[in-house]
Ligand binder design. Sequence first.
Ligand SMILES: NC(=O)c1ccc[n+]([C@@H]2O[C@H](COP(=O)([O-])OP(=O)(O)OC[C@H]3O[C@@H](n4cnc5c(N)ncnc54)[C@H](OP(=O)(O)O)[C@@H]3O)[C@@H](O)[C@H]2O)c1
Length: 287
Amino acid sequence: MIKILVTGANGQLGSALQRIGKTKDYKFCFFDKNTWDISKREYPVLSGFNYIINCAAYTTVDKAESEQELAYLYNANALEYLSEFANENSAKLIHISSDYVYHNGLNGPLKESDPCTPQGIYAKSKLEGEKIVSLACQKYLIIRTSWVYGIEGHNFVKTMLRLAKNGNTIKVVGDQIGSPTFADDLAIQILNLINFDSQNVIQNNILNYSNEGVCSWYDFAHSIFKISHLDIPLIPIPTSDYPTPAQRPPYSVLDKSKIKNLLGNHYHNAHWEDSLRASLDILNKSL
Ligand SMILES: NC(=O)c1ccc[n+]([C@@H]2O[C@H](COP(=O)([O-])OP(=O)(O)OC[C@H]3O[C@@H](n4cnc5c(N)ncnc54)[C@H](OP(=O)(O)O)[C@@H]3O)[C@@H](O)[C@H]2O)c1
């Protein structure tokens, strides 16, 4: 049976993997920050596993601007230790990276081979982590994803639902374009890749993955309220009216041809609006 270790198990993606993993025929070992701090060169005493899925990361994008050292420690230096651990155990490291690594001024779907000119500390530390994995790790897959929201954790969808409770007008940036990704879909896709790779057929690689379709944050908010039957006054604003410590890429749509071609008939994905509907069904019941 395939044995999988998961770090950062209490984050959005880690939690989705815990839920979805229950329905799969794999043996999982989940570690949160208390049981395995990836920034320390102290590993769990375990062997015989095939994959490590690294869901642990420093993800507070704006705070990273004032906590540069921590962001690099978790998103870059830690990858040296995780790579070392994976190598010692002949396991494949599946590392999650970000659309923010591109930020290259291109205005068409971004390919894995496109230039990367990340702008903020978070984005730069994520690219540095990728470089370390690709140099230090013998077997790896790097998955670049975007606009992740899950049932668990903090995210844009929950923020919009919380703000809606006040009934006030909400202003949302309308000139940043990307693709939302439901954490459950990302978790399923990762397990799908592992299933496909069971004969070790996937070479070391970087793959883009997000839900299908394209929208702005304003469109995303609009759909959240429409699907939730909330009549909230919503206004699109330019990025310049919502300054943040870290710059966001204005265009962040990922080209998914590579993962589609790799998985062929095994590739399954959903449009972001369908996944949003599915997630809101679960979320609205639990709020
Ligand atoms: N969220 C997005 O929009 C987005 C977009 C693109 C890519 N990504 C990438 O996708 C991956 C998963 O993101 P996510 O949204 O699931 O993030 P998340 O919800 O913030 O989860 C990250 C988890 O990592 C844990 N963690 C932080 N430092 C750690 C350490 N030193 N050792 C062990 N665990 C540590 C955190 O624990 P604490 O909470 O206790 O610190 C948290 O549980 C990350 O690599 C992220 O960069 C996310």
